[in-house]
Design a binder for this molecule. Sequence first.
Ligand SMILES: O=C(O)CCC(=O)C(=O)O
Ligand SMILES: [Fe+2]
Length: 290
Amino acid sequence: MTIPKQTTDTANALSPSIGDPVPMAPEQKFFFDLRGWILLPSVLSASEIKEMKTEVYACAKHSYEGALQRLLDHPAIVGILTEILSEDSFVRDDCYSFRCEGSFITVRPPGWSKSERSDMGMPHVVRPPQQANAMRYQVAGNKIFSGLTRVVWELEEVKAGQGGTSFLSGSHKAHFNYGGPDPFRPNISGSPWEASMRAAMDEYSCPAGSVVIFTESLVHAANDWTNTANPRCAVFNCYNSIWAQWHRLNLSHEKIQAMPLKRRSLFRGTWAIGGGPSGNREYSLENRTV
Ligand SMILES: O=C(O)CCC(=O)C(=O)O
Ligand SMILES: [Fe+2]
């Protein structure tokens, strides 16, 4: 896929803080398809990490404001999300070809327990395998469509086995169910193979300022934070096709309206046809995700 380059003038007029997107490398495509997740180590500079952590530890309510807002369309992820969530003919300079579903911050001090989550750390997915639906991972015509997709920004160091998100690599393409009592249950509870599936899950280590991108069709889980050297400090942003929506948006019009023009388009209405010759490009009070 060709990612259109913005001229500096156009880019600045649209959004002063957005740089040229970095295209998804063939190696990243291979491993994302194979495993359902990829890690981009050390994307943020030391000063960016410091600035963003300061906001989080000063109790930023959410990640749609301040320096954290820049993560929504950081150039390091825009090329990848364009590749795995959009169709070439809908890729334009003046709006994004994927949408943002939501964003939240997590701070987990040493000793944090997964029992604090409503799912108690149970490995889960957006929808179980073998169901045809708009959220699922697919590949057709040599093209990935990742479905509901998560981008996790780790603002502190993560050590494998000490509390990062874990993944059952390859499960986004599973052809059989998890063996539980209900084939529509979006987690592995009740499966006689729960322990062996948990044992097969992969973990990652990364320095602060790294990004993990995964399809929500992949079995994944939250884990106890046992790393005593630092808390987990992560921003979880969720994305989807411009034609699909899973979450309600918990973001006010005023907050979106204060964003640079192109960033606002992440929150435009979820429709494609019937809006006049220019199509659905621009966010407005009348054209927003609810
Ligand atoms: O908190 C975690 O590590 C897991 C988060 C999660 O389940 C998700 O992002 O969908
Ligand atoms: Fe999840």
